[in-house]
Design a protein around this ligand. Sequence first.
Ligand SMILES: Nc1ncnc2c1ncn2[C@@H]1O[C@H](COP(=O)(O)OP(=O)(O)OP(=O)(O)O)[C@@H](O)[C@H]1O
Ligand SMILES: [Mg+2]
Length: 271
Amino acid sequence: MLRVKKLTKKFGKKYANENVDLSLDPGEIGVLLGPNGAGKSTTMKCILGLVNFEGEVTVGGNPVRSMEAKKILGYVPETPELYSMLTVREHFEFITRAYHLNAEKTREYASELAERFRLTEVLDYYCKDLSKGMQQKVSIICALLPHPKLILLDEPMMGLDPHAIKELRVIISELSEEGVAILISTHLISTVEGIWNKAYIMRKGQILSCHKKEEMVGVWAESLERIFFAETESYDSVWQTSSAKAPAKRSNTVTRPNTAKKKKNTKKKKK
Ligand SMILES: Nc1ncnc2c1ncn2[C@@H]1O[C@H](COP(=O)(O)OP(=O)(O)OP(=O)(O)O)[C@@H](O)[C@H]1O
Ligand SMILES: [Mg+2]
């Protein structure tokens, strides 16, 4: 459903993305993890064709920016971009018209989602009068209404209350079962534990490693957080405080510092 090859994006002389490769099959839930500035949002903006880039991106086999790709893409941006002088209900109508959706079916789907996100009481509020979390919920619903086949969720849990996070996790799993591919960038790693299939760890614009859930064993399959810290923090600090063994199988190998040698040197110095 999504194929990204050697995606490179520069802002001036600075690389925001460098040779990023990633792919998602229908139904896969991919997670993009990385520290601030790692290049997660820029990767998504390139996939959406919102910025120019080098490399190759196809969505459902269609080149990015083609009408075919746009029709099957959904996007929830990092910060909700709503029309302040349209009500929640008017946003849903706007999406219905813009995507030429079936009015009745879409109204039903919108009211189901609004109910699940507990937005029913504010359907006639102007979006400027909504709380941050409520705006985020509207943004998510707008992205789902056209039934996209690939959804990019940039920090979707940010600002959501615990009920909405739980509901969104269920919705993501349901969509995956229906064959929708989903790419999520998040710092709230616990919110995607248990639902992810593939995790990409990014740092300084590059993909450090890709981990497939089905290939992980033991604690590594259960804890995405552990994988994240092992990849992005100092390798030594994680392994010296952990009794867990390294992941048995890895899709990409990451070069790790030789911790044994460093330990020896430290002891000598102390003597
Ligand atoms: N419009 C822009 N102009 C110049 N540099 C940019 C622009 N957008 C992003 N960058 C730079 O590209 C790099 C990657 O930014 P990006 O927003 O993709 O990171 P991120 O992983 O989404 O970070 P965060 O976790 O904070 O959301 C950063 O160094 C950032 O400063
Ligand atoms: Mg970002």
